[in-house]
Design a protein around this ligand. Sequence first.
Ligand code: PEP
Ligand code: MG
Length: 597
Amino acid sequence: MKKKVDKNATRKPNDAPKEIVLNGLGVSPGIIIGPVYIREQGTIDVSEHTINPEDIEKECSRLGDAVERARRQMARLRNKTKNMPATAADELCFLVDAYEQMLRDSRLIRGAEKRIADRLMNAEAAVQAEISDIAAAFAAMEDVYIAKRIDDIREVGRRLILNLTRTPVKPFAAVPPGSIVISDELTPADTAQLNPERVIGAAAELGGAEGHTAIMVRALGLPSVLGVTDLMRNIKSGDTVLIDGTVGRVVINPEKKTLSVAIHQQKEYLKQAGRLERMRDLPAITRDDIELELQANVELPIEMTMVKQAGAAGVGLLRTEFLFMGREDVPDEEEQYAQLSQIVKAANGPVTIRTVDIGGEKPAEALLKGMGTKATSALGLRGIRLSLAQPKILETQFCAILRAACHGNVRILLPMVSSTSEMHRARAHLKKAITKLKRRKVVLPDPIPPVGCMIEVPGAALAADALAQVSDFFAIGSNDLTMYTLAIDRGNEYVAELFDPLHPAVLRLIQFASEAGRRMGIPVSICGEMAGDPRYTALLLGLGFRELSMSARSIPRVKQRIREMDMTAASRRAGLIMDQVDSGRIATLLDDFNGLA
Ligand code: PEP
Ligand code: MG
């Protein structure tokens, strides 16, 4: 259900700021206090400035040029429909008609011109302001058809702004340093653009604790709360906000007393983080001398510094979505190679590079061209399915990975695999990539990297014995495995409470798949969020896992847990847990063990 945005509903602009406490899902720990930067969904961050009165005509003509360019873009889009299946072509033509209509003498264009002339606004800011006003007026009508039109108007506005700036506008480029980003929704692509040197925390109305947005804010170390009901209607520009990402609390305009408690807690948190830093050079070894390998999950290249600081034994999961998100074109081999090889060189150990996992809640315009979101939904063309549907892109990615593999120890991992035939088909494309590189006389890595399979679809877990025969290693993705097994959308705040990796169905699939892999003699790691939560460490070790990959920031905490644990006791407890049928009982057995050992 889409929430209505009405920032003035509960507070009038001149009221003295009153403390408002809102609760949500604490998805990235830590406490932070700062000024808010409000970002409404679908808007682009544009700079705003006052123009000289003599430049009004020039500014209006800049806007006119942008409109003209948008019309030509629409004409090109209409042309493309000729090669499309009829239903897709009809759908697109309908949209193009609507967009063209808006680019004629619409309220959007007239309103923007008026703002330039009357308020001396630059054209980008005028378009942006007009869109906000139209969206607010439409939202007040509470009509489903009209609500859909808001997105269309935003799309036209976005196109105009891009045409005006002529360069892709980076989201959050205008965020003042030290701000806390507040939004109705932060997509994973938005989050990838948050610069931790400017942004110190975030909160949003939508989002679950296990979605990619949550994973990314954790990776960036930004204290954040998602799923905060009524956030947007209670907050306005100029407010100060306190984000407690540990307990999931947002306090708007905190009172003195609240602030002093928070500052005390903040100091404690930082002290604890300092203590954990000392774990860095210690081995991840249990009390009975079993040594484990703790690797890092990486979503963005900027994390590599943290990976080193955390003392990770390499990268156990490199999510390559960052290469494709937030842009309209597909990165070529050179660009991918440059980014991947840098990461391989920077990693202190092996790097498992996963081919791109777009689809579901991780859309990337570059790969979705011409396809609606339905085609790439969570149950649609996601992960390896989308790559196999666009083999040229997959082969280009393989070429880039193979070249990067000349700089270190690399493994290739395939996401969202559900059948052995997908493994075979992907391997065939890898072969083609090798042939292409050979023809170009490019040096190949020796040996060719092993190819592994993510176990994150329940069907793959149940067919793990078959998949193990065609895979060089397994990486268990407990996030999607939990989502698909329990039919719970991992990024949906409404069902976040139900997301339970301790459900016996999930644990049995993990156990079955990991044992199948080990029986075949292939390495088996786990890289879902479970691996980075010390609550689950004893259970995972007890189930036989010796390779865990997690957000670099989680490594010290998990290492600390490992160092105080006895493997024999953990295995016994895991055995007892796997005999249970109730997740409540499982949780009690696990938490008791954690309290004891
Ligand atoms: C998983 O599903 O557990 C996983 C590691 O992959 P991602 O979170 O990128 O979907
Ligand atoms: Mg996954």
